[in-house]
Design a protein around this ligand. Structure first.
Ligand code: MG
Ligand code: ZN
Length: 223
């Protein structure tokens, strides 16, 4: 088999994704909104973090959500119940979102009315990291039941992340091997600049630091 023939095709696909991501970024900038891509394992608390953030910022920030999901609208319905604009992307089995999918979603939204756009990526710790969507910030969710070693096991997604949020901190007492410090240290070994937050989603407690970051966040300056 001639392997060299395959490489140019993959490179071309990656390049197209990059170009469209830049177009998405320009469109978001033109509409003066911040886009935050939420990534993490299935069941880690991505939707719950977005829900709780919407509740906390009601009346302060106009939030909209793009929901990536393999097959269902379950998460989108949860967000919609809060009275927020949601655009659902069913990836039809594809395990990540890419820039063309986001471009199509952005075309259907009233971007000028939005302050903060959350993208809930497909639950997956591998390939979402290699697909720039045009977002400003990448947030990786690390839930307590997943254990403290995810940054070591999935370094690529941590290397590309701006923020790590520990979720389900309400469960810390049941997971004696997990401390916030261990996970944050692992994450910082991989990405020294990463911002760290820890939230107890079930009780909607300890959200203040995260909420303050979301409220104060500015468009990301890229080199
Ligand atoms: Mg979800
Ligand atoms: Zn994938």
């Amino acid at each position: 088999m001639n392997k060299t023939k395959k490489i140019p095709v993959l490179e071309r696909v990656a390049k197209i994704n990059e170009q469209i991501a830049d177009e998405n970024r320009a469109l978001l900038r033109a509409n003066n909104l911040i886009c935050i891509n939420i990534m993490g394992s299935p069941g880690g608390g991505k939707t719950t973090l977005i829900e709780n953030t919407i509740i906390r910022l009601q009346g302060e920030k106009k939030i909209a959500v793009i929901e990536g999901d393999l097959a269902t609208t379950i998460d989108a319905e949860r967000i919609m119940a809060l009275g927020v604009d949601v655009l659902q992307i069913n990836t039809g089995g594809m395990c990540h979102l890419d820039a063309p999918l986001i471009r199509n979603a952005l075309k259907k939204m009233d971007l000028s009315s939005i302050d903060i756009l959350f993208i809930e990526n497909v639950g997956n710790l591998v390939c979402p990291s290699s697909h720039d969507l045009g977002e400003d910030y990448r947030v990786i969710i690390a839930s307590v039941p997943e254990g403290p070693h995810k940054p070591k096991k999935y370094p690529v997604i941590y290397k590309e992340a701006d923020v790590v949020v520990i979720t389900k901190a309400d469960l810390l007492e049941y997971f004696p091997d997990f401390t916030e410090k261990i996970l944050f240290n692992h994450a910082k070994e991989i990405q020294p600049e990463i911002l760290t937050f820890s939230v107890a989603l079930k009780r909607n407690e300890s959200m203040d630091e995260w909420i303050n970051w979301v409220k104060s966040v500015k468009p990301k300056i890229r080199e």
